[in-house]
Design a protein around this ligand. Structure first.
Ligand code: TYD
Length: 144
């Protein structure tokens, strides 16, 4: 997977009453949860996101239904289908993301390491490409 991105499975505490999942900041995930938001009632033909974050860690969980998450760090591009309340997708680093193919019943919850800050958003994909290119050139120079 892309650097700084991984899938995670949460243990389900299940008994005759049903199922429960607990997520604790700095325990199941490596950040303090500063913000929670969720996306729902999104049409299947809509593409959301289309941005990268300068400095944000996020955990995405599709609480209900399903959706696709595209991630691109300028070098690699990957799309995964997120479904199931026990499955999470952790994204950190300078990664372009797009969410699409929302099922009608999709509820996508996001836990974030920082409060909402428009200055953290990058809407220009070229900036992600440039950053990847510079990191690559820097790496090659370092290896010389
Ligand atoms: P937007 O960034 O367009 O959502 P997406 O990235 O899923 O396409 O956000 C929609 C609106 O919600 C926009 O007016 C900003 C607002 N918003 C908040 O107020 N707080 C938040 O934490 C987020 C993620 C969005």
């Amino acid at each position: 997977m892309i650097d700084g991105v991984y899938k995670v499975s949460f243990p389900i505490h299940g008994d005759e009453k049903g199922s429960l999942i607990a997520i604790e900041g700095n325990k199941n995930i490596d950040f303090t949860i500063e913000r929670v938001y969720y996306i729902f009632d999104t049409s299947p033909n809509v593409v959301r996101g289309k941005h990268a974050h300068r400095d944000l860690k996020q955990l995405l969980i599709c609480m209900h239904g399903s959706c696709d998450i595209l991630m691109d760090n300028g070098l690699e591009r990957e799309t995964i289908t997120l479904t199931g309340p026990d499955k999470g997708l952790y994204i950190s680093g300078f990664v372009w993301r797009e969410m699409s193919n929302f099922s009608q019943d999709c509820v996508l919850m996001v836990l974030a390491s920082k409060k909402f800050d428009t200055a953290d958003y990058v809407y220009d994909y070229d900036e992600v490409l440039q950053s990847a290119l510079q990191a690559r050139v820097g790496g090659e120079r370092g290896a010389m």
